[in-house]
Ligand binder design. Sequence first.
Ligand SMILES: [Mg+2]
Length: 322
Amino acid sequence: MFWTGELIARTAPVRRRAAPPPWASPRLDKAIAAYLGLAIGDALGASVEFMTPNEIRHTHGVHREITGGGWLRLKPGTVTDDTTMALALGAAILASGGVDALAAAQAFDAWMRAKPVDIGNTVRRNLIQFRKTGRPEAVASEHDAGNGAIMRVLPVALACSGQPPENTIFACRAQAHVTHNNELSDAAGETLVFMVQDLLAGRDTAAVRARADALARQHPLYAFDNKPRENPSGYVVETMQAVFQAFFATDSFEDCLIDIVNRGGDADTTGAIAGMLAGARYGLESIPKRWLKVLDGKTREACEQQAAGLIKLADERIPALA
Ligand SMILES: [Mg+2]
């Protein structure tokens, strides 16, 4: 007597297959790639933050390796506030079981106390305000249109993926308003989150492009053309224009990131945001191994674990708490 499996084993050479990785679903693969893309774009761009494209050309030719340095004098593979604030937010979401404004504010406050390598002015000012008032919502201000809330928004995109859009919008604003209570920042953050969710759901580039076009219709300041937006500042509009141009003009993870960081300016943040979108678009296989190898090991592990945890949370369909 033999069972069918035994027959196959006798008659055909056994091919041993490695166990499938835990991120075998395309959606989880893209979620992890988005988180790693955020960190890699941050680490790659930090070397050239505040440089002009000309200065970058003069110093690096084309900047394409994670070399550290820059004005923060980083070790290669070290990330900055873009990634560490996203990780602080992601940990708070996982601990709360949803997106809670107070939990996010407390997490950002703890992050600031731990003396991060850099911190934006608006973030610092409104976290100091939170310490005084205990209110996790900054006063609305037309001047707070920096990119500090959108750079850290990825955990919300993952935690709310597959949920009704109104939950996503509610959660986006809860986390953003801790430091940036501004209409332009809100519109950009929500657009990015919906773009990531579209890509995770397997929608094509046309659907994602429609999100960018809708943002420009809603706020014409966001319109972008083919004239390269170089040296983008921390103003959320310039950040988004540069990211959109690089993202839609390239067709690989690597090309997208090299395009965006060589524009200089706020290159760690534009790199982080473009990396998040490119990871969600192209998936893990597309990320150059040489960049993954250099990325700080603990950061890499935290990104992978949080992405998996946040997708699991989304699948449990726990609504936004705040
Ligand atoms: Mg930064």
